[in-house]
Design a protein around this ligand. Sequence first.
Ligand code: ATP
Length: 233
Amino acid sequence: MIQIQDVSKSFKGDFAVQNLNLEVKKGEILGLLGANGAGKSTTINMLLGFLNPDSGKVSINAIDTSQNAQETRKLIGYIPENVNLYPYLSGLENLDYFCKLAGLNYSKTELEDYLTSCGLASDAHLKKVSGYSKGMRQKVGIAIAYAKKAKVYLLDEPASGLDPLASNELSLLLQKLASEGATIIMASHDIFRVREVCNRIGILKKGILVKELNSKDVSANELETLYLKFMQN
Ligand SMILES: Nc1ncnc2c1ncn2[C@@H]1O[C@H](COP(=O)(O)OP(=O)(O)OP(=O)(O)O)[C@@H](O)[C@H]1O
């Protein structure tokens, strides 16, 4: 579903991403680990079609994101670290608004079902988003993507600042979406969460993919040791 083929991108002569090759299949969750400035967000921005690679090809569902970003964006749900919603609207009104912008008219019951399946408790649906926690706003953000039938979810630092319960709920939700056929990339600094939620892990260092592995092949401690080894060398 997602293919990144020999992609490089530089800013002012410095590589942000260098000769990157990655493939994420339908139903897979790939975690991207790496220090600040490793190239995680640049990779996500190329998938979103906000940045074009200098060389190589980024495609979603076999459509080149730099040639046809309008088409590929229709397939993507993007969940940034801080999901931007209208604070004086409720979760349900925000979902309704963003769905209508995409030409989708759902009934109140359907909107409630989307929020509930993304883990937002029903007593919160009609409350103003200004009173929501970060985790609750994230659930609405994911519900927007879910209601828009996203095939690909791109998450940039989704677990940062979430308490352990909210973070665990997010993991379960992402695994549910993947089991329903979503393709997910999650950029994160949280080694333990990435190992828990993702099938595969890529470690980026200064724009280079220095290691790719299956989560089930390493324990949390082994992954941390490996990560630190790459970061220190
Ligand atoms: N628009 C831009 N203009 C100039 N340099 C940029 C731009 N975007 C990213 N960079 C540079 O590219 C490199 C990779 O940045 P990127 O944001 O992709 O890293 P990251 O892994 O997402 O980091 P973080 O964990 O801090 O979010 C960094 O050196 C950064 O300064």
